[in-house]
Design a protein around this ligand. Structure first.
Ligand SMILES: [Zn+2]
Length: 426
């Protein structure tokens, strides 16, 4: 059903212009229609009307890099051996976890991730998925779960040689199959787990489906060391030589340990960089610095959580010492994902994706001081309603598309199954 948002304080996310508006939102019609007060009477019939007096309405958010596969990790026991560095964190935690995932766990992970994204105002998610012993069909499970909840997506399977050539082949064929029916990317785990043959095949797949590569890059110095030892060049040089940097759809995630010539290769290419500050803090791998990388920088959560406002705030706080970030560039990085999606023609992030905020500020809010409210005031707790592709998918903080309690009840059972399987396997 079409929606009429009456008396909303609408913030244009590009110009930050504030205006009092009646907004007609249509399902699957990406543009918005603004209705004059005199025209409301004729529009109101047959639409759901919401009084937005005192509420802020603006474009909803999008997650530039997420991991559905880690959704059931919250609260799980620490690994038997305490990881001493980044590669041990992968080995003892994430690669133990993703090997245990089965279709039911993947479905629960995707459903709870989609719900958490909506609650935090994101209606679009770019995900990077791994489940080495349940590869086939995994992307379709995630796509269906996201669509059920009402979240648009750009998915990929993180292809890797780390579990042998057979699993790498399965990743390639899952990607090929999924991209025949859906928009998406070709996922690679990281340079240090992808050999020359698999890298070449992934780039061929990228060209075949006219898409981009989605890969972790220089998250830890280990990635660079392995690349120099095995391939005689640094990670970004290696990826450039393989053709990864030729597509404007390509996403290089993290990009912490880069030398000047790698920054230049990125700056001169059409690709995008995704920053995930809290994950870098958690893994103790270093700090992001956008210097010399150009303007194509956006933000993700790296599976830590689903709250992009939180990611933006962390990027600003940490970036004050380690980056060239400002109030304005923090906001720009937060919103750049929309430019990435629209410039590349991906569906699902049109103007009919909105958040409604009950932001009862103790100080005036305007275009002039919006960045201050964005970084220090507005949180996901202020989001009351979310509209995804013109559909009201969250109303008064309750998701309308699915039964939240049922999904959370099921995911707790799946988490217990996963944890006991991990315990047996470790
Ligand atoms: Zn990641």
């Amino acid at each position: 059903m079409d929606l009429l948002l009456k008396n909303a304080t609408y913030i244009d996310w590009k110009t930050l212009e504030f205006s009092l508006k009646n907004i007609l939102v249509r399902e699957n019609v990406s543009s918005l229609q603004f209705i004059a007060d005199s025209g409301i009477g004729t529009v109101e019939q047959g639409v759901e009307t919401m009084d937005c007096t005192g509420r802020l309405v603006t474009k909803s958010f999008a997650v530039g890099h997420h991991h559905v596969y880690s959704a059931l990790s919250r609260g799980m026991a620490a690994p038997k051996e305490n990881p001493q560095n980044f590669s041990e964190i992968l080995k003892y935690v994430w690669w133990t976890l993703d090997k245990c995932l089965d279709p039911a766990m993947i479905e629960s992970s995707a459903l709870v991730t989609a719900m958490a994204c909506l609650k935090a105002g994101s209606t679009f998610v770019i995900d990077h998925h791994a489940s080495p012993f349940a590869v086939k069909g995994s992307l379709e499970i995630i796509a269906k779960a996201f669509e059920k909840v009402g979240v648009s997506h750009l998915l990929c399977y993180e292809i890797s040689d780390r579990d042998g050539i057979h699993v790498a082949r399965e990743g390639l064929s899952e990607t090929d199959h999924f991209l025949s029916y859906h928009q998406g990317l070709v996922g690679l785990h990281a340079s240090f787990t992808v050999g020359e043959r698999t890298l070449g095949k992934a780039v061929d797949m990228m060209k075949k489906h006219n898409t981009g590569i989605h890969i972790h890059v220089a998250e830890d110095a280990y990635d660079q060391g392995q690349s120099i030892n095995k391939h005689g060049r640094r990670v970004v040089e290696r990826l450039e030589k393989a053709g990864v940097l030729s597509s404007p759809k390509t996403l290089l995630v993290h990009c912490l340990h880069l030398e000047e010539n790698e920054r230049e290769l990125i700056r001169k290419s059409p690709i995008w960089v995704v920053q995930n500050c809290e994950s870098n803090l958690n893994n103790n791998v270093g700090y992001f610095n956008g210097k010399g990388l150009g303007e194509n920088i956006m933000l993700g959560t790296d599976g830590m959580h689903s709250d992009m406002l939180r990611s933006a705030r962390a990027a600003f706080f940490v970036g004050q010492r380690h980056d060239n970030i400002t109030y304005e560039s923090a906001y720009r990085r937060f919103r750049n994902v929309h430019r990435y999606l629209s410039d590349n023609g991906f569906d699902g992030d049109g103007d009919n994706n909105l958040v409604i905020l009950d932001y009862d500020s103790p100080t005036p809010v305007s275009r002039e001081n919006f960045f201050g409210h964005f970084l220090f005031g507005i949180t996901s707790n202020h989001i009351t309603d979310v509209i995804s592709n013109g559909r009201l998918v969250m109303k008064d903080k309750k998701i309308t598309t699915v039964d939240e309690n049922e999904i959370l009840g099921e995911s707790r059972l799946q988490a217990e199954r996963l944890w006991s399987k991990m315990h047996q396997n470790s």
